[in-house]
Ligand binder design. Structure first.
Ligand code: GLN
Length: 383
């Protein structure tokens, strides 16, 4: 455009690492363990339910807040699992995926000059959302290699300008989880502050080794200041459906909906009806810890003789592998070479880092058929 000078609002942002690595995997024919999604289908009964609702004519706009039956099922799930009472009419909103829910939560409350505390490695959509609202991301580094939260640094980072802290547990990309002791610490750290919380809990049902998911909804002092984001894509093996939700106290939900209604207005109608049936019957999610725990263990067994060293994966469908015994290359360099020369695509954690130097680890997604994991492992053990 001659004569106009376009100034990017996100000058340091390129195409997301997930798009880059999935495209490279497709172009090179590599096994794609990069972007997090299953290579197996969702429950055929769920597809049948969507088709039934489409045939029965539920094909027009859903209510802006979400289909009532789905909002009710979400509220009932929070009551059953976390003992938290959310009003289905005023405190639950269905969104067109977790990413939209994250964006809307930030846009609803972050004002120019506000500070938002994020933890690196940090999911790649958080900081751009903050910056588009004129906020400033204050990056606190999780402590490698256990990626624990440095609570003394969090305490020091909180100022009167802190509008929000963004948490994610189970955590992408590190596969760590918040513990009860973290939640107690967080309650203490926030005493006297009116900072809000955005809690990305999209992997809440994928948690291993009998651990209990530490939802912000479990603790009233945290629940009262939290936007909690969930996702049906992860829970129902249907990441392409792009349906998620936010629960938050009524005053926060009201602001959230002001944004949501002008970002997507409402979300896919027949899929909401189908998901409501499954969720209200507690179908699909109770078996996920065993289902994905077995896949994690299979993947680890298959690569046990390789020169990769696994870090503990306590939740999500991701596994970090330390490759320092194989090469000194930077993680992006090695990830590209691993894809092109050895036919396995992964995600470098440098894509999630702002201040810290990337450790020699790559993220592998094990939400794959056993035969996919077997073939990928047979390539990894050769390095
Ligand atoms: N959350 C997915 C992952 O971490 C990717 C989602 C996306 O590509 N936007 O792999």
């Amino acid at each position: 455009m001659e004569g106009t000078r376009l100034q990017s609002k996100l000058p340091s942002v390129g195409t997301t690492i997930f798009t880059v690595m999935s495209k490279l995997a497709a172009d090179t024919g590599a096994i794609n363990l990069s972007q997090g999604y299953p290579d197996f289908n969702c429950d055929p009964a769920l597809i049948d339910a969507v088709a039934r609702h489409m045939r029965e004519g539920r094909n027009q706009y859903a209510p802006m807040q979400g289909v009532p039956a789905l909002r009710r099922a979400i509220a009932e799930k929070f009551a059953a699992l976390y003992g938290a009472a959310y009003n289905e009419d005023t405190e639950v909103t269905v969104t067109s995926c977790g990413t939209e829910a994250i964006f809307d939560s930030v846009a609803a409350v972050v004002q120019p000059g506000d500070e938002v505390i994020v933890f690196e490695p940090c999911y790649d959509s958080y900081v751009p959302a903050v910056e588009l609202s004129g906020g400033r991301a204050v990056v606190v580094s999780l402590r490698y290699p256990d990626y624990s939260v440095p609570w003394d640094e969090v305490r020091a980072a909180i100022t009167p300008r802190t509008r929000m802290l963004i948490f994610n547990s189970p955590h992408n990309p590190t596969a760590t989880i918040l513990r009860e002791s973290d939640m107690k610490e967080l309650i203490r750290v926030l005493e006297g502050s009116d900072a809000l919380i955005l809690s990305d809990e999209v992997y809440e049902h994928i948690i291993f080794d009998e651990a209990r998911h530490q939802s912000m909804a479990l603790y009233e002092p945290l629940r009262a200041r939290s936007f909690i984001v969930g996702s049906f894509g992860k829970t129902y093996h249907a990441t392409g459906w792009k349906i998620g939700y936010t629960v938050a106290p009524a005053a926060l939900s009201a602001e959230f909906r002001k944004v949501h209604q002008f970002v997507t207005f409402s979300t896919n109608t027949p899929m909401q009806y189908a998901l409501a049936e499954f969720l209200s019957a507690a179908r699909g999610y109770p078996e996920l810890p065993a289902f994905y725990g077995r896949k994690r263990d299979l993947f680890l067994r298959l690569i046990a003789k390789s020169r990769f060293t696994p870090l503990p994966s306590r939740g999500t469908y991701f596994q970090l592998l330390d490759y320092s015994a194989i090469t000194d290359e930077e993680d992006m360099t090695f990830a590209l070479r691993l894809t092109r020369e050895h036919g396995v695509a992964s995600i470098p954690t440098s894509a999630f880092l702002y201040n810290q130097k990337a450790p020699k680890v790559l993220r592998f997604c094990f939400a794959k058929k056993d035969e996919t994991l077997e073939e990928a492992a047979s390539r990894l053990v050769k390095l």
